[in-house]
Design a protein around this ligand. Structure first.
Ligand SMILES: [Zn+2]
Ligand SMILES: [Zn+2]
Length: 105
């Protein structure tokens, strides 16, 4: 099984994403795109239950002075909440959410 906390190239914007310290990164710090790989069990990344659609942020809110980001899969529509990673470009998030809006019309 593929290890999840390793460097990889973003499937959307193409930047090389370094390993995140301490946390298991699952989205790109630059464009916030990720692949829908989780099953119903948190942390279960079995390929059998994964849809591999692209997930994009659709909204966010502040909770305890941290960002909670709501992602939605552009293929199956499943929604998923996640905290920001420490090096995420959160200042870009409101603008990015607008640009991703068309995936969910
Ligand atoms: Zn990216
Ligand atoms: Zn999906």
């Amino acid at each position: 099984m593929k290890k999840i906390n390793e460097s990889f190239d973003c499937i959307h914007c193409g930047i090389s994403i370094p390993k995140a310290a301490k946390t298991c990164r699952n989205h790109c710090p630059n464009c916030f795109c990720s692949l829908h790989v989780d099953g119903d069990i948190p942390g279960d990344r079995s390929a059998l239950v994964s849809c591999w659609g692209k997930m994009f942020p659709i909204e966010y809110k502040m909770l305890n002075s941290d960002y909670k980001i709501l992602f939605q899969c552009s293929k199956c529509g499943k929604q998923h909440r996640n905290k920001r990673a420490i090096d995420d470009e959160v200042t870009k998030l409101p603008e990015l959410i607008k640009t991703y809006h068309h995936f969910f019309q």
